[in-house]
Every structure is written in C-alpha cells, then in structure tokens.
Design a protein around this ligand. Sequence first.
Ligand SMILES: [Zn+2]
Length: 143
Amino acid sequence: MNTVREYLENFLYVTESGIHGAGLFTSIKITEGQKIIIIKGETISGDECERREEFGNVYIFWNGENYIDTAMTDKIKFINHNCSYNCDIFDRDEESLFLIADRDIEPDEELTIDYGYDEIYELCQCEICSEYAADSFEIQKAI
Ligand SMILES: [Zn+2]
C-alpha cells in the first residue's frame, strides 16, 4: 500500500527557517485545499504525551482521539508555527491527520500552521503577536 508517498511528501524539504531553527518548505506550488501530507507517527496516551513533553518533545499532535508523536519523522516534525499560517490540520483517522493548504502556497515558501496552544503566542514574533504584546504592555502601564 502506498500511503505516505501519495500526496506531496516528496516535494517537501527541510532547511533553515526565518521563523525558528529548521522549517518545512515546498519545492512546488500548492493550491488552496490541496492535501499535502498525511501526518503519522507513534500513537501514544495522554499520560505518555505529558511525560514526553516534560522531556522537551514538541512534536506531538492531537487528532481528537489520540496523541501522535512525530519526533521520529523526517519532515512534518519541522513545521513551524505562524499566526499567518498557510496550512491547516484536519482529522483523517484514529492514528493520523491531514495537512491541507489553507491558501495557495508558492514554490520555496515555508509551510506553517497555528499550533493553537497559549504558550506559543508568547514566543511568537510575528507582527500580530508583537502588536498584541505592545498593547498589553500599554494596558499594564495605564493600570
Ligand atoms: Zn504570532
């Protein structure tokens, strides 16, 4: 069965990112709504997820049923957070998710998603988050 190689896995590459460390990039144009890859990994329990996160594993996805640890993958684990993300994650089955283009993506653009957990917005350095941080600073000064 050809599961992982369908979709665009072979057209993705990992290289230095302007956002953080290494990032995941596409070598071809991707159109909005296109399925990019299947996100698969090791399916683990909530307790095991917590344990691994304490050890700094930041590659765990949640599909509504299971935690999926992608630390052993060679591509999807490198996808960075961006508040102006260009990819979304959709449920596929109990052990996997789809990465789908949220808009047209040009060749050599970095693929990004919204990680969707609170701490990331404190770390994020995009324009939206910088403005938000400046606003809450102003509010604190006013108080
Ligand atoms: Zn941001």
